[in-house]
Design a binder for this molecule. Structure first.
Ligand SMILES: *[C@@H]1O[C@H](CO)[C@@H](O)[C@H](O)[C@H]1NC(C)=O
Length: 283
């Protein structure tokens, strides 16, 4: 390597470091523990003007006239800005959970971890019950979409409208409305004798379920269930690391590789088509 080249490299490193520290200093993200230093470099919508960030990914998608790409963005559902992964390909969804079967991210966590989130925004994560509450506690009702992918890459979807996570005083209780989709309705129907709708959240250190033991601690092949809105236990559980469970769609026999939970305002698509009608030549 010649001298000029190495000076260039050092300069480049220096500039990159400066940019990185600047971004981390300027941005006080409440969930900075879910971003690696490299993620700060890749943040798509750093806002230096000090104004409020968009409430969720659907707003970003709308403002970009549907041209934004999947990735990590900053949103501000309440007081504090947070980082989140936006699924823009599917139309501006805010990802609140993502798991890969047998991922290295540990989902066997405490109440506090489930409250403020864990994992990595670029990978598998739980956004945090507190932020799920902030997002869904809005005058505009939200939709929950569950996306499941099995080992043959077949995709199943399920949506609940409306979807609300109550506050911590209510133990982050889940409230679900009408269901539609190609996956089984595993949360509001009790086909397995377990009903998840209206249940409080349970973790290994906070037992709010309807079983005589703590459902979050029950193991399958040595892996506990993780936090979830358990009944007396589960007809679905997306937080057990070694088996993604969604009734007949994902289980020990019919294995799934990936699951996502994501949210978007319910009136979003109507709203959107009014704001920007599609041109005939775009279709
Ligand atoms: C997860 O790991 C277990 C144990 O190694 C294996 O039996 C199972 O097939 C894996 N699951 C998936 C979806 O790859």
């Amino acid at each position: 390597m010649n001298l000029k080249h190495s000076v260039g490299c050092i300069l480049l490193l220096f500039v990159q470091c400066r940019l990185q520290t600047r971004a981390e200093e300027v941005l006080e993200l409440a969930n900075s523990h879910m971003l690696s230093p490299g993620d700060y470099m890749k943040l798509i919508n750093i806002n230096t003007k000090g104004t409020k960030y968009p409430r969720d990914c659907s707003e970003i998608f709308k403002w970009s006239e549907q041209s934004s790409k999947d990735g990590i963005y900053i949103i501000q559902p309440a007081k504090e800005p947070i980082g989140v992964f936006c699924d823009m390909q599917d139309g501006g969804w805010t990802v609140i959970q993502h798991i890969t079967a047998n991922s290295s991210v540990d989902f066997d966590r405490t109440w506090q971890d489930y409250k403020y989130g864990f994992g990595s925004l670029n990978d598998n994560y739980w956004l945090g019950n507190e932020y799920m509450h902030q997002l869904t506690n809005s005058p505009r009702p939200y939709i929950l979409r569950v996306k499941l992918v099995d080992l043959n890459a077949e995709i199943k979807l399920g949506e609940y409208e409306p979807f609300l996570i109550e506050d911590e005083a209510s133990q982050y209780r889940i409230r679900l409305g009408l269901y539609k989709g190609s996956a089984a309705d595993a949360l509001t129907q009790d086909t397995e004798a377990y009903l998840h709708d209206n249940q409080k959240f349970t973790t290994k250190d906070k037992d709010n379920d309807n079983y005589f033991q703590n459902c979050a601690k029950l193991e399958h092949n040595g892996i506990p269930g993780g936090g979830w809105w358990y009944d007396a236990c589960a007809g679905a559980n997306l937080n057990r690391r070694n088996v993604i469970y969604w009734q007949k769609d994902c289980n020990k026999e019919q294995m799934c590789k990936y699951a996502w939970m994501m949210v978007r305002p319910a009136d979003y698509s109507q709203d959107h088509s009014m704001a920007c009608p599609a041109q005939k030549n775009e279709l």
